[in-house]
Design a protein around this ligand. Structure first.
Ligand SMILES: O=C(O)CCC(=O)C(=O)O
Ligand SMILES: [Fe+2]
Length: 353
């Protein structure tokens, strides 16, 4: 008999089905044209090859809010080193991990008790920011500190992850620029929001789970930031909710690719032209699974609202402005412990029409 810890048990309507359809139709975008020529400053000046990539990005963001990229320019060695560092860290002794454990004041480091929508996730994580801000931005309410906690072991952990961060950040800016072009905006229209970015990287380890039909690695959610760039290993378990019929489908791992999620901030900036996709992680009873999301987030002082160029009288702003730093802090608090209330969501800022 397996003993079931009720903290992990999902409500019946949110439990994964025993068999989940493998995704077909999730767009896979080949970014190799960008390895040959720079991203154009506007659509009018784009080569046919670059314009085709922008058109694919537009369709993927519109129809799925979710896609995969290949030939993305991130060196495979950087990914492999980060993935090896991740495995070695999670294999270390529990005391070792607890030494870098997250606290309520400083959300960075190791954590094994995260909740999504008040149900505990079957996972352990390690979070860090690069670069580390000299001072925690004031809008985080003054009570939050962003200070990395680097473990002593494994050797070279920090270096491998800083290198990975540097490479993935370059890809994040490329995607941001493609998304700007896809909304008919100048290439660099969104870059300014990221001057003092609050991006962070998370290492996710999902151990085998004795009751994979009751628990989830990460409960259903949408990513709150601008964009997520996700590495997943070959095990599989990431499910995305297909917009056309609301069915959960499994994202098949493609070697040397990244999964890109449109986050809530792009949904708001685009005034709902693009929509963030709901996703979750299913677990299995046999295999450990590892993933590494890079959450590309703007400066904490950013007031998020639909971009002026994308609203007019016939298409008024669908959201009221909200402050990213405050939003992030409120969300963190609710992930840290089980609360009686629902955590903060962008629909709380939706205008009633
Ligand atoms: O592990 C994954 O594949 C996805 C994790 C995720 O959605 C998250 O950490 O926000
Ligand atoms: Fe996510």
């Amino acid at each position: 008999m397996v003993e079931v810890d009720p903290a992990f048990v999902q409500a019946p309507e949110h439990r994964p089905k025993s068999s989940i359809a493998a995704a077909s139709g999730i767009p896979v975008i080949d970014l190799s044209p960008l390895l040959r020529s720079p991203i154009p400053s506007d659509l009018a000046g784009a080569s046919p090859e670059a314009a085709a990539v922008v058109a694919e990005v537009a369709a993927a963001c519109r129809e799925w809010g979710f896609f995969q990229v290949v030939n993305h320019g991130v060196p495979i060695e950087a990914v492999e080193r980060a993935a090896a560092a991740e495995r070695a860290f999670f294999a270390s002794a529990p005391e070792e991990k607890r030494r870098v454990r997250r606290s309520e004041a400083n959300p960075l480091g190791y954590y094994e008790s995260e909740h999504t929508k008040n149900v505990r996730d079957w996972k352990e994580v390690f979070d860090f920011v690069v670069p580390e801000p000299a001072e925690t931005p004031k809008v985080f309410g003054g009570s939050l500190v962003l200070k990395n906690r680097w473990p002593q072991h494994p050797l070279g952990f920090r270096e491998a992850l800083e290198e990975y961060n540097k490479e993935v950040e370059k890809l994040a800016f490329k995607l941001l620029e493609l998304i700007a072009l896809s909304l008919n905006l100048p290439q660099k229209r969104l870059n300014g929001f990221f001057a003092d970015q609050t991006s962070f990287i998370r290492l996710n380890h999902y151990p085998p789970c004795p009751y994979p039909d009751l628990a989830l690695g990460v409960g259903r959610h949408k990513d709150a930031g601008a964009l997520t760039i996700l590495y997943q290993d070959a095990v599989g378990g990431l499910d995305v909710k297909r917009r056309s019929d609301g069915e959960w489908i499994r994202v098949k791992p493609i070697p040397n690719s990244f999964i890109i999620n449109v986050g809530d901030i792009i949904q708001v900036w685009s005034n709902d032209r693009y929509e963030s996709a709901e996703h979750r992680v299913s677990v299995n009873s046999e295999k450990d699974r590892f993933s590494i999301p890079f959450f590309f987030n703007p400066a904490s002082y950013t007031n998020v609202k639909p971009l002026e160029e994308l609203v007019d009288e016939s298409n008024p702003a669908k959201y009221r402005e909200y402050n990213w730093g405050e939003f992030f802090k409120t969300r963190k608090d609710s992930n840290f412990k089980k609360l009686e209330v629902e955590n903060i969501q962008i629909y709380h800022f939706r205008n009633v029409v």
